[in-house]
Design a protein around this ligand. Structure first.
Ligand SMILES: NC(=O)c1ccc[n+]([C@@H]2O[C@H](COP(=O)([O-])OP(=O)(O)OC[C@H]3O[C@@H](n4cnc5c(N)ncnc54)[C@H](O)[C@@H]3O)[C@@H](O)[C@H]2O)c1
Length: 290
């Protein structure tokens, strides 16, 4: 399969590109930032801005599928208008170009923050574990950009008989590249972890999910699916029950081993998200002592 990966130089983009190359696919990796050391070797690397239709459309033409990861991955790092414009315009151009080019599959990185796991204010879920049916309640511009992106995906699906669209609602994505910056501080500070419902997913599980979506698209899946992608346990040394009683005592509890339910994604994709922080952080972090 010929696959365009946007944001191919990012944390998730590098893992996805490697996974696709390992599975024998031909990958074009597009990013604002030029190629650097440590980038997966056999991908064709292109510098492109996904907010420019003139960059996106020629890149999408001739591809079998697109994995759209380019964007600004959190609120507060850029002015709100830039976060919104980058994430929404990029998704719009990719979806429109994919529809016009007859691409069969688009997988793109939505976010569980659109459910209100916002990292800014304490979340007040209607019930736990949250699942895909939980009401969306974007609490900042980044989450709103993902909510609009999912509306664009639904819109594109409604205008094409051919497209298979996957909005992957990722929780905090962790891997060797960002464990010390993003993972370790949350382990040490449960108040911080609570704002994300102690949810995370290991980057290799995300790469597996993306590959599986592309395989299902190639096999004839059509329409739009939004799926929560999250790991097998909580990002905390404390037991789930302790966390639940301390942080979410009054919230109706539906049972399970995490605060984010991935049953639907596991059923649809036929995958288990099994990689746990307890066994996957880099050895040097483990050596630092938890
Ligand atoms: N990391 C997470 O925890 C997480 C969780 C949920 C969703 N996501 C989403 O996953 C995607 C990838 O996130 P990541 O963690 O790899 O982030 P990242 O910042 O590591 O990678 C994003 C990449 O997109 C590129 N980019 C930014 N603007 C661009 C533009 N206008 N044109 C082309 N490329 C551009 C950047 O140069 C960067 O390489 C993002 O859409 C993010 O919102 C990430």
């Amino acid at each position: 399969m010929k696959v365009l990966v946007t944001g191919g130089r990012g944390v998730i983009g590098r893992a996805v590109t490697s996974r696709l190359l390992d599975a024998g696919h031909e990958v074009v990796s597009a990013d604002l930032v030029p190629v650097g050391a440590g980038d997966p070797g056999q991908a064709h690397q292109v510098v492109a801005d996904v907010t420019e239709a003139g960059h996106v459309w020629p890149l999408v033409a001739g591809q079998d599928a697109v994995v759209h990861l380019a964007g600004i991955p959190e609120a507060g790092v850029m002015p709100d208008a830039v976060v919104f414009a980058t994430n929404v315009l990029g998704t719009l151009h990719v979806l429109e170009a994919a529809r016009a080019a007859g691409v069969h599959g688009v997988v793109w990185a939505s976010s569980a923050t659109l459910l209100g796991l916002d990292g800014v204010s304490q979340p007040r879920p209607a019930y736990l574990p949250v699942d895909e049916d939980h009401p969306a309640r974007a609490a900042h511009i980044y989450a709103l950009s993902k909510l609009v992106g999912e509306s664009l995906a639904l819109y594109a699906a409604g205008r094409s008989q051919r497209l298979s669209l996957w909005s992957l609602r990722l929780t905090l994505v962790l891997g060797p590249d960002n464990w010390e910056r993003e993972g370790a501080p949350r382990l040490a500070d449960p108040d911080r972890g609570a704002r994300h419902l102690f949810a995370y997913v290991w980057v290799d599980d995300v790469a597996d999910a993306v590959l599986r979506c592309l395989e299902l698209s190639a096999a004839g899946h059509r329409g739009h699916r939004a799926l929560l992608i999250s790991g097998p346990d909580v990002l905390s040394p404390l037991p789930l029950e302790t966390l639940r009683q301390r942080y979410f005592p009054a919230i109706p509890w539906r049972g399970g081993g995490t605060l984010v339910c991935t049953r639907r994604a596991q059923q649809v994709l036929g995958l288990a998200f099994w990689r746990s922080w307890t066994s996957h952080p880099p050895a040097r972090v483990c050596a630092g002592g938890r």
